[in-house]
Design a binder for this molecule. Structure first.
Ligand SMILES: *Cc1c(COP(=O)(O)O)cnc(C)c1O
Length: 405
């Protein structure tokens, strides 16, 4: 998954271009910047690499989701459907535009269960946020059909799935808008950064202004820009964009290493018939940042996790069910809606209601799921050793628990 594992001379070269001029800001300073426009260059590279018409870089993936939702006109009174399994940023962004996050169960794709989405629709539903978790995709045909039928917005949170695709199109470019995060642990990194991708000019223009105090960027200089609407500052710096530019050129090699390591590890784990794997709506489009696998019961999974911990091989294996960043079960701050400032009581009541619903269907999936992060730095030997150690632990637990193997 993480591009930081391959930080090197290419990143240093791009950074040096910026340091030479000292112009660290992406807008303005046309003369002293001497033709160095790293953020602009990266936006063009993103459009070319992923096949979208427009790309607006911002300061984080969270900012990208917030800017996308604002640009799509989502706000007060609107309900946004999103999965119970996602990174907290997804709902943070919904809250930051004043909309209501409506959590819905995931299925064995680890993404939105389209049937559960249908049950959650109300007259206030405005948007479906498909989160392509752990490198692979949601069932976009099914979600798109729901959006078309009910005239809803499809927003893709592809922050964890840079380079994945669905039926030949890159994730993040299929909905009305899509986002990537370039934070330090994502497939490619800017240290901090994110992007809104879209094929809609109106959405791009709005995201562009929104992320820079509402500037329309049509003036001869910043001082003469107009402000057609209120915005914020979610700008990326030239330093961050420079790192991203070096990284995007390495994306194909990152993806091929991930795919190789992923398939080697999957082959080893497949020797255990009790293990099943995440369902992938389009196998060819998996970016392979994680290998996600299931055991038969929650009890067995917990025993395997604690045994891996005891053996010192848990690092890089994520049991999301027990993790308080990615799965609703432990989002107590949200369930009690603890905020620093007072928000509208109707919003508070709605958030508490939706965060405390029954998620047994998700629990049944997440309680049995472990995701192994695929490192770019592993040697073939290390993949084999890691896989064999995991198999050993899993076999021991299965036989202790009386599961025949
Ligand atoms: C990382 C991530 C984000 C947010 O990205 P930041 O750049 O860290 O703000 C949003 N959604 C998902 C699913 C993520 O994994």
């Amino acid at each position: 998954m993480p591009g930081y594992e391959f930080f090197g001379d290419e990143e240093r070269k791009e950074l040096n271009d910026v340091i030479q001029t000292g112009i660290l800001m992406r807008y303005g300073f046309d003369v002293p910047r001497k033709g160095i426009w790293k953020a602009k260059e990266l936006e063009v590279a993103i459009c070319n690499t992923f096949g979208c018409r427009y790309a607006q870089l911002v300061s984080s993936g969270t900012a990208a989701l917030t800017a996308a939702m604002s640009a799509l006109g989502i706000g007060y009174g609107d309900e946004v459907i999103l999965p119970s399994f996602t990174f907290v940023a997804s709902f943070e962004a919904v809250l930051s535009v004043g909309a209501i996050p409506v959590f819905v169960d995931v299925d064995d794709t680890l993404t939105l269960d389209p049937q559960a989405v249908r049950y959650a629709l109300t007259s206030k539903t405005r948007c479906i946020m498909a989160v392509h978790m752990c490198g692979s995709m949601a069932d976009l045909d099914a979600l798109k059909a729901i959006c078309d039928e009910h005239r809803l917005i499809l927003l893709e949170d592809a922050c964890q799935s840079i380079g994945g695709s669905y039926k030949g199109k890159m994730l993040g470019t299929i909905g009305d808008a899509g986002t990537f995060s370039f934070d330090f642990v994502k497939t490619i990194t800017c240290a901090e950064g994110g992007v809104v991708m879209t094929n809609r000019e109106d959405v791009y223009q709005s995201a562009d202004g929104y992320s820079d105090h509402g500037h329309d960027h049509t003036g001869a200089d910043r001082g003469s820009d107009l402000h057609p609407f209120v915005g914020y500052n979610f700008r990326i710096s030239e330093l961050h964009a420079a790192v991203g530019l070096a990284q995007i050129n390495k994306l194909n090699s990152f993806l091929s290493i991930q795919r190789k390591n992923h398939s080697a590890l999957k082959k080893i784990l497949s020797s255990i018939p009790e293990i099943s794997f995440r369902r992938i709506p389009d196998e060819a489009g998996d970016s392979c940042t994680f290998l996600s696998w299931f055991l038969p019961t929650e009890e067995i999974t917990m025993a395997v996790v604690s045994e891996m911990k005891a053996k010192g091989i848990l690092a890089g294996n994520f049991y999301w069910y027990d993790n308080n960043w990615h799965y609703i079960r432990k989002w107590d701050h949200l369930k009690n809606f603890r905020t620093l400032n007072t928000l509208h009581p109707d919003l508070k009541a709605a958030v508490i209601h939706h965060a405390n619903k029954d998620f047994t269907a998700s629990d049944d999936i997440m309680g049995r799921c472990v995701s192994t992060a695929i490192s770019l730095a592993w040697t073939d030997e290390q993949v084999r050793t890691r896989g064999e150690q995991m198999v050993q632990v899993i076999r021991n637990v299965l036989s202790e628990q009386g599961v025949t193997i």
